[in-house]
Design a protein around this ligand. Structure first.
Ligand SMILES: NC(=O)c1ccc[n+]([C@@H]2O[C@H](COP(=O)([O-])OP(=O)(O)OC[C@H]3O[C@@H](n4cnc5c(N)ncnc54)[C@H](OP(=O)(O)O)[C@@H]3O)[C@@H](O)[C@H]2O)c1
Length: 252
């Protein structure tokens, strides 16, 4: 019997796949059978080793994805050389922390350019190709619990992650009838570089942990399974959903 979560024969493009949540997702997709194009600005060697050790296949594609033209060119070149993609995971993202009264235009633009603008134009390139070919596709955007909450000291990040929910729903409405699924995952607090500063702050770290019903921070592998699900045929009738994977944080 074939598993509805089987991704054999699928090609996935995952941004920010060298570390953290992107690495967890790339590995999970590869374990489910997908060939994974690992995209980002840093070496993908570690991720490609993990994928190979798991018996999977992947490739490295490097560019600064904050430049949306470079991001789209990277995607299109990879598709031309290796074949069209069935799955796009918009994971690459950054965060800048400052009080709202002191927040700079640079910290606003840098975060929005990568987290939202590049993600939208990558989805556009992916959707255009899938729709033109009549090919089924799945986009998985990485949102956040700050898609639903305000947070503190992260104005541009919160704006970008609220925006991610908006474009996820908009693209789902436009593309559901064209056999392209667009959904998002909202991770809670996960142990990655992104949360190093928070975890380094003893008081904030303890306060966050005390509020997580699961009683632990998330691990990138916790997010991988949800990405496999949303990329798979098991999620074929799911459009515009934002799935929290947060140890119960939002339920509290
Ligand atoms: N960790 C959490 O608790 C959490 C919670 C909710 C949502 N998220 C989201 O999950 C996603 C992944 O974050 P993470 O937690 O795994 O953090 P991370 O370890 O800092 O990973 C961020 C990824 O984005 C890449 N990236 C940053 N700027 C880039 C650029 N200009 N061009 C290409 N790639 C770039 C990074 O590459 P480099 O390694 O080269 O910098 C890295 O691969 C982000 O969208 C984040 O907002 C994280």
């Amino acid at each position: 019997m074939t598993s509805p979560f089987d991704l054999t024969g699928k090609r996935a493009f995952v941004t920010g796949a060298n570390t953290g949540i992107g690495q967890g997702i790339a590995l999970a997709l590869a374990k489910a059978g997908a060939v994974v194009a690992c995209a980002g600005r840093s070496s993908m060697a570690e991720t490609l080793t993990l994928i190979a050790d798991a018996g999977g296949r992947g490739s490295e594609h490097l560019a600064d994805l904050a430049d949306k033209d470079a991001a789209v060119a990277l995607f299109e070149t990879a598709a031309r050389e290796g074949g069209p993609f069935d799955i796009l995971v918009n994971n690459a993202g950054i965060i800048r922390r400052a009080d709202a009264t002191d927040f700079t235009e640079e910290d606003w633009d840098d975060v929005l350019d990568l987290n939202l603008k590049a993600a939208f134009f990558l989805a556009q390139a992916f959707g255009k190709s899938a729709i033109a070919d009549g090919r089924h596709g799945a986009v998985v955007n990485i949102a956040s619990v700050l898609t639903f909450q305000g947070g503190i000291r992260v104005a541009s990040y919160t704006a970008s992650k609220h925006g991610m929910a908006g474009i996820t729903r908009l693209l789902a409405c436009e593309w559901a009838g064209r056999d392209v699924n667009v959904n998002a995952i909202a991770p809670g607090y996960v142990v990655t570089n992104n949360t190093a500063a928070l975890r380094g702050d003893e008081d904030r770290s303890a306060a966050i942990l005390a509020r997580i019903p699961a009683g632990r921070w998330g691990d990138p592998s916790d997010i991988g399974g949800a990405a496999v699900f949303l990329a798979s045929d098991a999620a074929r009738y799911i459009h515009g959903a934002i799935l929290p994977v947060d140890g119960g944080w939002l339920a509290r």
